[in-house]
Design a protein around this ligand. Structure first.
Ligand SMILES: O=C(O)c1ccccc1NCC(=O)[C@H](O)[C@H](O)COP(=O)(O)O
Length: 217
């Protein structure tokens, strides 16, 4: 199985090109003013238009109003909207009814209880992203989750692992969790919001190394 790679918080064309060249499957555009990775809807639309078709575009929103969500959808036309706040399953159902877009839900993974509560999104979210619980920011904090919580968990919807991943730990994270998608932001930056092309390349290579080893096993 080829592990999907989402590189989140991109804000330049050069970073998008590097994500594509290194074999990422998804890029994330964060529309959340408090984030150092924030892009306006206008910027996001331009980056989206410039993104090669090999990459799926994930637009990140945090507890956005229905009006903002619709504006963002119409301006950016993302492949996916990732809800990264305290959005409820009913909200995702509503979005799916009105917009032609995949809906992902990020959940802060604290304990086994988080996994039990995540069942509310079964059959609703197109993917769940298990990330570190919100801190100063809802995401992009570079904090690892307890991978052992995910080992052996029976997932009923597609999912992904986020939180503190980087080129040096992603192989171990994949071996521990068998995540079908890994999501990275600060682990491939040289400063908050500044993507580092070399770190991106090393991250994608580490994922490819893992995949190659599992194909051989
Ligand atoms: O990255 C942000 O600044 C951000 C801000 C607000 C909501 C979500 C945000 N990022 C979400 C992501 O999908 C990140 O990739 C994920 O939290 C992992 O981040 P990191 O631990 O830095 O790799």
């Amino acid at each position: 199985m080829t592990t999907l790679i989402k590189i989140c918080g991109l804000s330049t064309e050069a970073a998008i090109d590097a994500a594509a060249a290194n074999g990422a499957s998804h890029i994330g555009l964060v529309h959340f003013e408090k984030s150092p990775r924030h892009v306006t809807l206008d910027q996001a639309a331009k980056l989206r238009a410039r993104t090669p078709t090999s990459l799926k575009v994930v637009l990140l929103l945090v507890n956005a109003s229905p009006v903002l969500t619709e504006q963002a959808y119409k301006a950016v036309r993302p492949d996916v909207i990732q809800f990264h706040g305290s959005e409820k399953p009913e909200w995702l159902t509503m979005v799916k009814k009105h917009m032609k877009v995949e809906v992902w839900k990020a959940l802060g993974l604290r304990s086994a209880e988080t996994l039990a509560n995540a069942r509310r999104f079964d059959g609703i979210a197109d993917r769940l992203i298990f990330d570190a619980p919100a801190q100063a920011l809802p995401g992009g904090n570079g904090t690892r989750v307890d991978w052992s919580l995910l080992a052996g968990h029976r997932h009923l919807v597609p999912w992904g692992l986020a939180g503190g991943l980087d080129a040096d730990n992603v192989e171990e994270a994949l071996a521990a969790t068998h995540a079908p998608l890994v999501d990275v932001s600060s682990g491939v930056e040289s400063a908050p919001g500044l993507k580092d092309m070399d770190k991106m390349a090393r991250f994608c290579q580490a994922v490819a190394n893992h995949d190659q080893r599992s194909h051989q096993a």
